[in-house]
Design a protein around this ligand. Sequence first.
Ligand SMILES: CC(C)(COP(=O)(O)OP(=O)(O)OC[C@H]1O[C@@H](n2cnc3c(N)ncnc32)[C@H](O)[C@@H]1OP(=O)(O)O)[C@@H](O)C(=O)NCCC(=O)NCCS
Length: 152
Amino acid sequence: MNDMGVTIRPLQDEESDLRQVVEIENLSFSKDDAYTREDFRRWLGYNPEFCLVAEIDGRIVGDMICRILRYKLDLASCAIHPKYRRYGVGSLLLREMETLAAKFGVRKIELQVRKTNSSGLAFWQKMGFEESGVLPGFYPDGEDGLQMSKKI
Ligand SMILES: CC(C)(COP(=O)(O)OP(=O)(O)OC[C@H]1O[C@@H](n2cnc3c(N)ncnc32)[C@H](O)[C@@H]1OP(=O)(O)O)[C@@H](O)C(=O)NCCC(=O)NCCS
């Protein structure tokens, strides 16, 4: 546990964890973008050690879901419960993820974000990510995505 009372641990493929992360997804994203239980299980099937949750007092308050793809860390999803935003939980999850990735010899992280997701963009930029390309019509509703990357 760190001094904010946050514990970072791997997501477990079990009812209680999946219910909590799906709830946070639904509070954080539109229906099209929110990960379902099946999505989380699929990602757990890639690199379970790269699916992390942040917990406060035994309750999950955020998650960060990644996998290693072609020597890079592919960051698929990150969401923090609305009540716990701007307390550094997202930063903490990313820091843990970077430490873990470095141990596996990974030197670069990549992610995609909606062009209009201004808070997400502000967060990734603050975390040292740079825009590395535009992905036209990347999202199901046709919105462009921005490819962002960071060397670690
Ligand atoms: C983006 C998100 C993960 C950030 O998590 P968080 O725990 O609130 O982030 P942190 O508290 O660690 O923020 C670190 C810094 O990022 C920046 N930042 C974070 N949220 C921001 C916002 N809404 N607006 C502007 N800057 C923001 C700030 O510089 C912040 O530092 P500060 O609070 O000292 O000013 C969270 O807002 C979220 O879950 N959003 C909805 C889902 C989403 O869009 N995920 C990303 C999809 S790619």
